[in-house]
Write a protein that binds this ligand. Structure first.
Ligand code: DC
Length: 235
């Protein structure tokens, strides 16, 4: 017998994970889905970016894992604002700071440190405790929340991903050329997929969606179709 789980029931704990490479549409889809199903959104990439920005801004040596881990342990990260889209570090809104080029170039290195991942994973699990959550990143379905109710793995061709990221950067006033963005994305893909701790992988049981030719509504429709057909009422 299958019973329907109403996803508006605030007592039910309900986690959706969305993983994938840079520019695959994770953040946009996590934000859109979270809004639709009235869930909290956790952007785990923003958390690694926040640690990276603090390492730079406090003059820590990025080569020193212990010093970087100390920064990760000492920083208070949380999400605020409408739809939890503002990233806060020790009470300061760092949403713009963490998208700057210096952070882009260093974040793969910082996020590969096992001690940093350990601390962020602990924090991410805590953020998911007792709430309905949509969590996005590189290892949310494989490591952080392996028993999440729904797992998605988003992919898209490198040039599509580079163009999306270029537009996003241009909106933030950074006019880096597309070729440079593509090279940076490819380098990050390689580092994120090949690192020893929690590499970017398609999590077991995840549904893969190629977003290259799909718009936001089409991806959302596929996600909701799965959520509803699995026995959860549409919101
Ligand atoms: O999604 P993003 O581009 O904001 O992520 C920034 C970096 O953080 C990315 O290069 C890899 C790292 N990251 C990670 O290692 N694990 C996660 N769960 C999320 C991001």
């Amino acid at each position: 017998m299958t019973s329907k789980t109403p996803i508006n029931d605030s007592s039910s704990i309900f986690a959706v994970t969305i993983d994938g490479p840079a520019g695959s549409g994770k953040s946009t889809m996590a934000r859109t889905l979270a809004k639709k199903i009235h869930a909290t959104m956790v952007d785990t990439g923003a958390m690694y970016r926040t640690v990276t920005a603090k390492v730079i801004d406090t003059g820590q040596d990025p080569e020193d894992e212990e010093a970087v881990a100390k920064v990760a342990r000492g920083i208070q990260i949380y999400f605020a604002g409408e739809d939890s889209t503002r990233t806060m570090a020790d009470g300061v809104d760092v949403s713009t700071r963490i998208r700057r080029p210096d952070v882009n170039s260093l974040v793969s290195k910082i996020s590969a440190y096992p001690l940093v991942r350990q601390e962020m994973t602990r924090l991410q699990r805590k953020m998911a405790e007792g709430v309905r959550v949509v969590m996005e990143g590189r290892d949310t379905g494989s490591v952080v929340l392996p028993s999440a109710r729904f797992k998605f793995f988003l992919v898209a061709g490198p040039s599509v991903r580079a163009e999306r990221r270029r537009l996003e950067m241009a909106q933030a006033g950074d006019n880096t050329r597309r070729e440079e963005v593509l090279a940076e994305i490819m380098a990050r893909d390689q580092m994120d997929s090949q690192r020893a701790t929690s590499p970017l992988v398609k999590p077991e049981g995840a549904v893969e969606i190629d977003t290259s030719q799909l718009d936001i509504d089409e991806v959302l429709e596929r996600m909701l179709l799965l959520i509803v057909s699995d026995g959860c009422d549409a919101p």
